[in-house]
Design a protein around this ligand. Structure first.
Ligand SMILES: Cc1cc2nc3c(=O)[nH]c(=O)nc-3n(C[C@H](O)[C@H](O)[C@H](O)COP(=O)(O)OP(=O)(O)OC[C@H]3O[C@@H](n4cnc5c(N)ncnc54)[C@H](O)[C@@H]3O)c2cc1C
Length: 380
C-alpha cells in the first residue's frame, strides 16, 4: 500500500466518523435519502473510486477499494450502495466499452455528474439471469427496449443504468442473445415503484419500467450484440469482493459495539465481559472479523493481479456476509433487552446484514461455485 492509498483510507475513516456516524440512525429510521452525503461523496471522489485515473477516477485497486468499503460499512453500510452499484456500471464500460464510450461516459461517472447503477434482476429472474424477458429490438440507428427491472439500487435517484436485455430471444444457448445498454432516463424509461425494506434503508431500491424506450445503438456496451451476459458476469468477481467487504464492515461494527457494551454493562457485580458465555461470543466474533479480512485480502490480491479468482471471491463473499449476520445476532444477544431499542445501532446491523447473503449471487450459489471450482482445480 502506498502513501496515497493510506491517506485516502485515513480521510475516508475520518469522514465516516465525522459525517456518517452522527446521522446514520436518524436517516435509517426515517428511510431518508442522504442528499448532503452524496454531495460529499462527489468531493471525496467516491463515484470514481475504481475508475482509471486517465478517465478522471481515483484508480484504486480492488484491495484498497475493499478496505475503503469495509471502513464505511463499519459505520453505516447503506451509503456504500450509492457508489458501489454505480461503479459496477462504470466497470462494465471501462472493461467492455469502446474507447469512444469510455471517453464519453467515464469522466462524467467519475465526477458523479451522472450517477446510476446496474439493472439485471427482473420480477421473474434473479439467480437465473438467462430467463430475463426484457427485449431490445433494433430500429435503424436505435434500439427499442421493453421490459421491467426490479430491486434496482439507486433506481429513483440515479439517472443512468447498465441494463441487461435480450437482443435475440431465440438464441441458443440463451446467453448469446443477451446485450447490455447504457440507458439514461427519459421518455419511455422511468422508476415506477420504490420498495419499502427490512433494512438497507435510506438507499432507494426501485422497479424500472421500459415502455418503447428508444436508446441509441451507440449505447450498446462494446457495440457488439450478444456480450451482455459475460459483461454482467465479469463484474461479479469484483462485486463479490465488495459485498464481502460490506459484510466484514457490519461484522466489525457489531464486534466494536458489543465489546464496548460488554465492558460497561454489569450483572452479578461484574462487567458481563467477565462472564465466560459472553467471552465465547466475543472471541467468535473477533475471529470472524479477522478471517473475513484475510479472505477478502486474498481474493482482492488475485483480482488485482488479473488472475482468476471466482473461488476466492466466492469464499470471501460467503464467509464475510455470513459473519455479518452471525456477528449482528451475537451483538443482539450481548446487548440483551437493549438490543431491541432503536437508540442503539445493533438492531440496524441485524436488519442490514442479511442483504449481503443475497446480493451479487446468493450464498447458495456461492457454495455451488466454490464446489465446482474445487472439482475443476483438483481433478483426479
Ligand atoms: C436491497 C436489494 C438491492 C438489490 N439491488 C440490485 C441491483 O442494483 N441490481 C440488480 O440487478 N439486482 C439487485 N437486487 C436483486 C438481487 O440481485 C436478487 O434478489 C438476487 O440475485 C436473487 O435473485 P431472486 O431474488 O430473484 O431470488 P431467486 O433467484 O428466485 O432465488 C430464490 C432462492 O432460491 C435459491 N436458488 C435459486 N437457484 C438456485 C440453484 N440453482 N441452486 C440452489 N439454490 C438456488 C436462491 O439462492 C434463493 O435462496 C437487489 C436485491 C435487494 C434485496
Amino acid at each position: 500500500m502506498n502513501i496515497i492509498d493510506n491517506e485516502i483510507l485515513d480521510s475516508i475513516e475520518r469522514w465516516s466518523m465525522r459525517e456518517l456516524r452522527p446521522i446514520a440512525r436518524q436517516f435509517d429510521h426515517a428511510d431518508e435519502y442522504p442528499e448532503e452525503i452524496v454531495e460529499q461523496m462527489k468531493g471525496l471522489g467516491l463515484f470514481g473510486a475504481t475508475i482509471a485515473t486517465e478517465y478522471g477516477g481515483l484508480g484504486l485497486s480492488a484491495a484498497i477499494y475493499a478496505r475503503l468499503v469495509t471502513i464505511i460499512s463499519s459505520v453505516w453500510m447503506a451509503p456504500v450502495g450509492i457508489f458501489n452499484s454505480h461503479l459496477i456500471m462504470a466497470s462494465c464500460v471501462q472493461r467492455h466499452g469502446t474507447e469512444a464510450q469510455r471517453q464519453k461516459w467515464l469522466p462524467r461517472f467519475a465526477s458523479g455528474e451522472i450517477r446510476g447503477g446496474i439493472g439485471l434482476t427482473e420480477p421473474n429472474a434473479g439467480t437465473d439471469l438467462q430467463s430475463i424477458r426484457s427485449v431490445a429490438r433494433r430500429e435503424g440507428t436505435h434500439y427499442v427496449i421493453n421490459g421491467t427491472k426490479t430491486w434496482i439500487t439507486n433506481g429513483v435517484h440515479g439517472s443512468c443504468f447498465g441494463v441487461l436485455v435480450k437482443t435475440d430471444v431465440h438464441a441458443q444457448p440463451r446467453h448469446k442473445g443477451m446485450s447490455m445498454f447504457l440507458c439514461v432516463k427519459g421518455d419511455g424509461f422511468k422508476a415506477a415503484k420504490k420498495f419499502k425494506k427490512l433494512g438497507y434503508k435510506s438507499i432507494d431500491s426501485a422497479e424500472l419500467v421500459f415502455d418503447n424506450f428508444h436508446v441509441e445503438a451507440a449505447n450498446l456496451i462494446g457495440e457488439v450484440e450478444g456480450q451482455g451476459f459475460q459483461q454482467a458476469l465479469s463484474g461479479l468477481e469484483l462485486g463479490r469482493i465488495n459485498v464481502a467487504a460490506r459484510g466484514a464492515g457490519i461484522a466489525t461494527a457489531a464486534l466494536r459495539d458489543a465489546l464496548r457494551y460488554a465492558q460497561e454493562r454489569h450483572t452479578f457485580g461484574k462487567p458481563i465481559i467477565q462472564h465466560q458465555a459472553i467471552q465465547l461470543k466475543l472471541a467468535d466474533m473477533a475471529t470472524r472479523v479477522e478471517a473475513s479480512r484475510l479472505l477478502i485480502e486474498q481474493a482482492a490480491k488475485k483480482y488485482d493481479l488479473g488472475e482468476r479468482c471466482d473461488l476466492e471471491a466466492g469464499m470471501a463473499k460467503l464467509f464475510a456476509s455470513e459473519s455479518g449476520v452471525d456477528n449482528s445476532l451475537d451483538a443482539l444477544r450481548i446487548f440483551g433487552g437493549y438490543s431491541y431499542s432503536t437508540e442503539f445501532d445493533v438492531e440496524r446491523y441485524y436488519r442490514d446484514a442479511p442483504l449481503m447473503c443475497i446480493g451479487e449471487g446468493t450464498n447458495e450459489m456461492q457454495r455451488i461455485i466454490i464446489a465446482r471450482q474445487l472439482a475443476e482445480r483438483n481433478p483426479i
